[in-house]
Design a protein around this ligand. Structure first.
Ligand code: SAM
Length: 449
């Protein structure tokens, strides 16, 4: 066992204790009120933990819920394709910048002629305007306040929100509040080379530390007024503040990553134990790098392997794809729809870029995120709702749409898998989520098979 795990065993088990139904109810009622999501409630189900229930009638196609993420990341491999805000994940810059940057960074200057590559640079720096691009305006690019040149934003408010929420600890720029920028870069490199779910876990830990620090500052101020304050590292007051800061993660459904991760198809069942040990070792290596970068003496239990494993496990079981459609796709579709004569003229300018982009012209922003309310939605193979982005949903929030009539009081369910598959295939896929589905359709198909 790791030192922190042994030393803080009691606190760790409190951090992992399932919240009472009342705590769950209060937390989600509060969250839904703050987010002004009035159509749903989170309540205990009869069978499997908590679930989301309709608080009003919905018709097919109605918006049931917009759920802002707790933490999210853009996949590292997607960063060349799409320049998006590091907080709300909307596309930023301009159509020209998106196209020029992507082609330039990929070294895909098409025909390797100097003239074309010069054009890409001009595009990237917005010194060359493409016809009709103004019809697809994007917010300007705001730099990271810590100067890292890794993350950009759509507005000063998004930059500040991300800084205050988690980025100040995970920024590799000069203004970073991490312990050691080199160690942080090593942690990030390890995550990029192994599994970027570690970046999501690091965001969750940073969020908790920063929340803890702000709760502590308020607490100390109050205490100062009382004059007799004695600061005790991880004493009762501090731990109760840490528990409070941890609350959003406390609510998530968690299992240890190395226990819950699905066995890859190329790993034989006889090698399962050794596979799970390797996964645990990988988490250990990542955690050691993270500790060197952002360890906080007052939040030590957060850096135990047990907690790290549970946070990653929660993201593994509950994470949802973060997808934001590309305005570059809209742009080229618009050009393609122009009246023939005009299209011919415009095409002469845009065609070389379109050809160089190839199929990549429509790549979306892709990543992984944790959505607090959507992650409470249970699965059904005959769901009444689905995660679906409409044309207007151009940021990183999860959008849930009713796919049939939902009555007030009914549970809102989504399908975690492609529900059109056969019973046996569905069962195999759902085994990765750790349960056997007993929805009405599975029960009926099971009886008739
Ligand atoms: C994303 S969570 C859903 C919320 C969860 N019920 C909770 O209490 O936090 C997924 C977990 O819920 C349970 N679950 C969801 N749908 C289920 C179903 N149709 N049958 C059995 N268990 C289900 C499983 O334990 C699954 O791993």
């Amino acid at each position: 066992m790791e030192v922190i795990d042994t030393q803080f065993a009691d606190q760790i088990s409190l951090l992992l204790q399932s919240p009472s139904p009342l705590q769950v109810q209060e937390y989600f009622d509060d969250l839904l009120t703050t987010k002004r999501s009035h159509g749903v409630q989170v309540k205990p189900t009869n069978h499997y933990g908590k679930g989301v229930y309709a608080d009003m009638d919905f018709e097919e196609g109605d918006l049931v819920l917009k759920d802002p993420m707790l933490v999210g990341i853009q996949h590292s491999s997607n960063k060349i394709d799409c320049l998006v805000c590091g907080c709300c994940f909307c596309f930023i810059g301009s159509i020209e910048m998106q196209i020029g940057r992507k082609l330039f960074l990929q070294g895909l200057g098409g025909p390797k002629d100097v003239c074309f590559n010069e054009k890409l640079e001009l595009l990237m720096h917005e010194k060359l305007e493409l016809p009709y691009s103004k019809k697809f305006p994007l917010p300007g690019v705001i730099n990271c306040p810590g100067g890292c040149k890794e993350v950009y934003y759509c507005s000063k408010s998004c930059a500040q929100a991300d800084w205050d929420n988690c980025h100040s600890l995970l920024c590799t720029g000069e203004g970073s509040k991490s312990l050691n920028n080199k160690a942080l870069s090593k942690f990030i490199q390890h995550a990029n080379e192994t599994n970027d779910i570690f970046l999501l876990a690091a965001k969750a830990i940073s969020c908790t530390i920063l929340k803890y620090r702000s709760l502590k500052a308020v607490y100390d101020k109050e205490k100062d007024k009382e004059k007799n304050h004695v600061s005790d590292v991880l004493g009762n007051h501090n731990f109760s503040l840490l528990l409070k800061a941890w609350k959003p993660l406390l609510m998530g459904y968690k299992r240890r990553w190395w226990d819950c991760i699905a066995l890859p198809i190329d790993v034989d069942v006889s090698e399962e134990d050794s596979f799970r040990m390797q996964i645990k070792q990988l988490a250990f290596e990542s955690l050691e790098l993270l500790k060197a970068a952002i360890l906080d003496e007052e939040c030590l239990p957060l850096f135990s392997l047990e907690i790290y494993g549970h946070i990653i496990g929660m993201f593994e079981l509950n994470n949802l794809d973060l997808v934001v459609a590309s305005p570059v796709e809209d742009y080229f579709l618009y050009i393609d729809d122009l009246p023939e004569a005009e299209k011919k003229e415009v095409d002469e300018i845009t065609r070389p870029f379109f050809d160089a982009l190839g199929e990549g012209y429509s790549v979306c922003c892709e990543g992984t995120a944790f959505f607090p309310i959507q992650s409470c939605m249970n699965h059904s193979c005959c769901p009444n709702a689905k995660a679906f982005k409409r044309d207007e949903d151009r940021d990183g929030q999860a959008t849930i749409i009713a796919c049939k009539h939902i009555k007030k009081g009914e549970e809102v369910t989504i399908s975690y898998i492609d529900e059109d598959l056969e019973l046996e295939v569905r069962r195999a896929l759902l085994a990765d989520y750790g349960f056997i589905c007993k929805c009405p359709r599975c029960v009926e198909e099971d009886h008739s098979s």
